[in-house]
Design a protein around this ligand. Structure first.
Ligand code: MF3
Ligand code: CO
Ligand code: CO
Length: 255
């Protein structure tokens, strides 16, 4: 059963470029930089390393990364907005290399943030990692969602329902949907060779979101903070592989 090994090798290469892009950006994501500059740096880095930025060609998004600040849940569009002390921001990078996709995002804290933001970010990261750590053949999609939901709800946070993880390979978003909430022992069983993202969006308040007039930016309806992390993973014979791990150990702030 090694027919997916070639696919995994391609996922590894794309995943590594996406995570190296975030590693590179880390030095720049500081107070005073605007999100357009982050976008530009990511675009150049991915191009210089033999890849393409997937969002550029995706349904008219046209920028290279998503930059989601504070109460923005996801799909924030880079702009001339300057990062300020106390902001939290998610940067989501998707690189295409040799037709395969690597999709990953991390949170960044600008300057001094409140303990409230820090706790939300920690819980969001932990919920993603808890879900990844249970992965092996036979685990069900409901188990993944349940792991995330029970962990964050215990802390009084909520799981966004309107966006989910997704299958990914030589297609950006493919079945199945990976919900970040759910019931144990329900849904599809994962199997060796399967590749998908886990990317929980966790809100400090209620889970409801709305989309702004730009057609992309998703924000929390109650204007509370939202955090997200994302990894692209693959299921192996007896566990999992993370394709988008940081080579620099930049897992969660402080970096
Ligand atoms: N990277 C996002 C995801 O995790 C998708 C972004 S699509 C875009 O699936 F067009 F908004 F960039
Ligand atoms: Co994704
Ligand atoms: Co993404």
């Amino acid at each position: 059963m090694t027919e997916y090994k070639e696919k995994f090798e391609k996922m590894r290469i794309a995943g590594k470029l996406a995570s190296r892009t975030l590693d590179m950006l880390t030095d720049y994501i500081k107070a005073g930089i605007c999100t357009n500059k982050i976008d530009e740096l990511a675009f150049e880095f991915i191009k210089d390393n033999g890849g393409y930025s997937a969002p550029q060609y995706y349904r008219g998004f046209s920028k290279s990364v998503c930059t989601s600040l504070n109460h923005v849940v996801c799909h924030g569009i880079p702009s001339d907005r300057i990062l300020e002390d106390g902001d939290i921001v998610n940067v989501d990078v998707t690189a295409i290399v040799n037709e395969y996709y690597g999709d990953t995002s991390r949170m960044f804290i600008i300057g001094n943030s409140s303990i409230k933001s820090k706790n939300l970010i920690d819980a969001t990261y932990n919920s993603m990692m808890n879900a990844i750590k249970i992965l092996k053949p036979g685990v069900k999609l409901g188990d993944i969602g349940n792991e995330i939901q029970t962990y964050v709800e215990k802390k009084g946070y909520s799981v966004v329902r309107d966006f989910c993880g997704h299958g990914i390979s030589n297609i950006f978003h493919e079945p199945p949907n990976i919900l970040h909430y759910g019931k144990k022992d329900t849904g599809l069983e994962v199997f060796p060779g399967m590749t998908f993202t886990i990317e929980p969006m966790i809100n400090a308040g209620k889970y409801d979101v709305k989309i702004l007039n730009d057609g992309w930016t998703a924000v929390t309806k109650d204007k509370t903070l939202s955090a997200q992390f994302e990894h692209t993973v693959g299921i192996t014979e007896n566990g999992y592989e993370i394709f988008t791990e940081s080579a620099k150990g930049y897992n969660k702030p402080p970096y």
